[in-house]
Design a protein around this ligand. Structure first.
Ligand code: SF4
Length: 349
C-alpha cells in the first residue's frame, strides 16, 4: 500500500479514506514523515511561520460541560471570572501584540454588544492589530441568543474588527464522540455551516481537531475528509491545527496525561498528506513542547503558533509548557532546526 500512496502523493493525487486510514494506522513513521516533509517543503519551502500574539480568554464561565475541558467553571464556582473591557484593553496596551486571539466559555450573562465592543476597542488601541476571535461554538451561541442569522452576526463582528476565526469547537466531528464528551456542543454540520458562512463573507479561519482521548483512527480520518471537502468549496481554511489532548483536571483524566510524541508526529504527517488543499499545518509549541515542535517541522508542520501571552485553556489541562514565550526564543528554535522563521498574522500576511 505504501508504494501506491507514495506514487499518488508524488503525482499530486488525492488520498482516499482507505489510504488515509493506512497512514494513521500502519504506515512506517519515518516513511510517513519523509513523504509529509516533501509535501511541506513543496508548499512552504524552508519557511516556518510564527506570530506575536496575546491570548484573551475573556470568561471561563460556561453553560456547557465538555468532559475534556479543564478551563470552564459554573457561574458560582470558585475561580469563575469575566474580564471587563477595561481590563482587556489594559492588557492589549501593555503587551502591544501584533495579533490577539480571543476565545472563552459560553456565558449567558454577556450580551452580544460586549463582544462587538471588545473588538472595536482593541482596534481603537491600534487598527493594525489582527483579531482572530470566537470559535464556531461561540458564534452559534451569539446567533441563537440574539435570534439573528449567522450571516448577520458574522457581518456585525467583521464590521467591529474581526479578521479571522480560530478553528476550535470542531473537536472530533463523530456524533458518537460528541454525544459522549460534549453533548451540548453544536454538531459537525453546524460547525461546518458556520465556517462556510464565514468563508463566503471573506472571513478566513483555521480548522482544529482534538485527538488523543477516546476517538478511533476511523473517526480521525472522517474528520479530516470532512474538512477537505469543505475546503474544496470555499478555500477559506488557512491552517489545520491538531490539538493533542491533555487530560489533567478534566473529567476524562487518564494515565500518562497526554499523547505520545509518536502519536503527535503521526497525526501531523498524516494530516499534511490527507489535507492536500490546506496551505498550512500547525504544530502548536504549547501543546507539544519546544523539542518535539522542532521535530514536527520535519513531519509536515510549517507553523508553530505564536508567543501566546497568557494562554489558559491548555495550561488548565496540565500542559507543562510555559504560558508564553518570546519571539526571539521561537526564532531560535526554528533556526536551530535548520529552517527559516517568518513572522506573520493568522492570514499569513
Ligand atoms: S470546551 Fe468550550 S464549550 Fe466546552 S465546556 Fe469548555 S469552554 Fe465550554
Amino acid at each position: 500500500m505504501w508504494r501506491k500512496i507514495e506514487k499518488k502523493v508524488n503525482q499530486g493525487k488525492r488520498l482516499n479514506l482507505k489510504e488515509s486510514l493506512f497512514l494513521l494506522k500502519d504506515f512506517n513513521l519515518l516513511n510517513l514523515g519523509r513523504l509529509a516533509n516533501q509535501v511541506r517543503e513543496k508548499k512552504n519551502s524552508q519557511l516556518v511561520f510564527y506570530s506575536k500574539n496575546l491570548n484573551i480568554n475573556h470568561t471561563n464561565i460556561c453553560i456547557n460541560a465538555c468532559k475534556f475541558c479543564a478551563f470552564s467553571k459554573r457561574e458560582n464556582e470558585s475561580g469563575a471570572y469575566v474580564l471587563s473591557l477595561e481590563k482587556i484593553i489594559k492588557k492589549v496596551k501593555k503587551i502591544k501584540p501584533q495579533e490577539v486571539h480571543i476565545v472563552g466559555g459560553i456565558n449567558p450573562k454577556l450580551p452580544f454588544s460586549y463582544f462587538e465592543n471588545m473588538l472595536k476597542e482593541i482596534k481603537k488601541v491600534n487598527s493594525k492589530i489582527f483579531i482572530q476571535a470566537f470559535t464556531a461554538v461561540e458564534i452559534d451561541y451569539f446567533s441563537q441568543k440574539s435570534k439573528k442569522s449567522l450571516s448577520y452576526i458574522l457581518e456585525c463582528l467583521k464590521e467591529a474588527g474581526l479578521d479571522s476565526i480560530p478553528g476550535g469547537g470542531a473537536e472530533i466531528f463523530s456524533p458518537r464522540i460528541r454525544k459522549l464528551l460534549c453533548p451540548d456542543k453544536i454538531n459537525a454540520k453546524r460547525w461546518l455551516k458556520i465556517m462556510q458562512t464565514a468563508h463566503n463573507l471573506g472571513i478566513n479561519s483555521n480548522a482544529a481537531m482534538l485527538y488523543g482521548h477516546i476517538e478511533t483512527k476511523e473517526e480521525i480520518a472522517e474528520h479530516l475528509l470532512k474538512l477537505r471537502e469543505l475546503q474544496d468549496k470555499t478555500y477559506g481554511f488557512k491552517a489545520f491545527v491538531p490539538l493533542a489532548f491533555h487530560s489533567k483536571n478534566t473529567l476524562i483524566s487518564k494515565n500518562g496525561d497526554s499523547t505520545s510524541g509518536i502519536d503527535d508526529l503521526r497525526i501531523l504527517a498524516a494530516s499534511r498528506l490527507i489535507l492536500d488543499n490546506f496551505p498550512h499545518i500547525k504544530a502548536l509549541w504549547m501543546y507539544l513542547g519546544l523539542k518535539l515542535t522542532q521535530v514536527a517541522l520535519y513531519f509536515g508542520a510549517d507553523d508553530i503558533g505564536g508567543t501566546l501571552e497568557e494562554e489558559e485553556i491548555v495550561h488548565s489541562a496540565g500542559a507543562p509548557t510555559p504560558p508564553s514565550i518570546s519571539s526571539g526564543e521561537l526564532e531560535r528554535i526554528i533556526k536551530e532546526s535548520g529552517r527559516i522563521p517568518k513572522l506573520i498574522n493568522s492570514n499569513y500576511q
